[in-house]
Design a protein around this ligand. Structure first.
Ligand code: SAM
Length: 253
């Protein structure tokens, strides 16, 4: 049952989504005004009607809804890339993940969701303004119980003595290799997301010094070709989110 203070997702007849907090206030849309207090006591899946008699479906938001609507600082890791990071590194409930940088907190939210209430995500970020945005976004997703943001440059070292995995989205992941060999458990993954080929190249030059500590590397790029589904024709959409980044996985021996 929906209560005051809950975050709910409203979907109008056109498929437009709104993320709102249940309260006594009014919410204005181009399809009319909604009295959000009327949501109290409803079940997810029910509807709410605007003053123009337009119907909005009420759903419980998931992390993708939160990420789509949350405030952004720097560019986020998109779901297509987050999915492969979670799957290839086998990030599981109860894991301790060290992450940097937190940025807008999108990847942090995927990681925190995967490690569950008994896991931990420790996220290093060197910019206070981004750390603040991320903290709010993680709270919005209801995952702050398992995330710690540290205002710190991870190139200078990792405070923790143990990590199941290290996941990086920053310009020079090779600078974290010397710290990773100290804290990463055998079998754990070092994952680096980098947008450019020269970053991957630079990483592997530095990696030569550490290769005895790791199982053979894997580098992937994820392309998702969404389909346009119409009654008379199904075909690939003519636009797509193409290149975002290269994802490097190395596993600690
Ligand atoms: N993965 C994030 C997301 O999905 O929202 C976006 C990360 S953003 C592209 C890169 C972040 O790394 C920036 O916020 C930047 O300030 C941070 N950063 C860069 N170098 C860092 C370092 N050495 N230590 C900690 N944070 C760093």
């Amino acid at each position: 049952m929906i209560r005051e203070g809950d975050k709910v997702l409203l979907i109008d007849r056109r498929g437009k989504r709104y993320l709102v907090t249940v309260s006594e206030r009014e919410f204005h849309t181009d399809l009319g005004i909604l009295k959000l207090g009327e949501l109290v006591g409803k079940e997810y899946g029910e509807t709410i009607i605007s003053h123009r008699n337009e119907e909005f479906r009420v759903l419980k938001p998931d992390i993708n809804d939160i990420i789509a609507k949350m405030k952004r600082g720097p560019q986020i890791v998109h779901p297509k890339d987050a999915g492969i990071i979670l799957a290839y590194a086998g990030i599981s409930p109860g894991d301790t993940v060290i992450e940097a940088g937190v940025g807008s907190g999108a990847l942090t939210i995927f990681l925190a969701n995967a490690v569950g209430p008994n896991g931990r995500v420790i996220s290093y970020e060197r910019r206070e303004d981004f750390a603040r945005i991320a903290q709010k976004n993680i709270e919005l997703a209801g995952l702050s119980d398992r995330v710690t943001i540290k205002l710190k440059n991870i190139y200078e070292g990792i405070d923790e003595e143990y990590a199941d995995h290290i996941v990086l989205d920053l310009p020079q992941p090779e600078n974290v290799l010397p710290h990773a060999v100290e804290v990463l458990r055998p079998g754990g993954y070092f994952v680096a997301y980098t947008p450019c080929t020269n970053q991957v190249h630079r990483f592997f030059q530095a990696f030569q010094e550490y290769r005895e500590h790791f199982y053979k590397p894997r580098v992937v790029e994820v392309l998702v070709r969404e389909q346009e589904v119409k009654k008379e024709c199904m075909r690939p959409k003519t636009t797509m989110l193409a290149h975002t980044g290269y994802i490097t996985f190395i596993r600690k021996l």
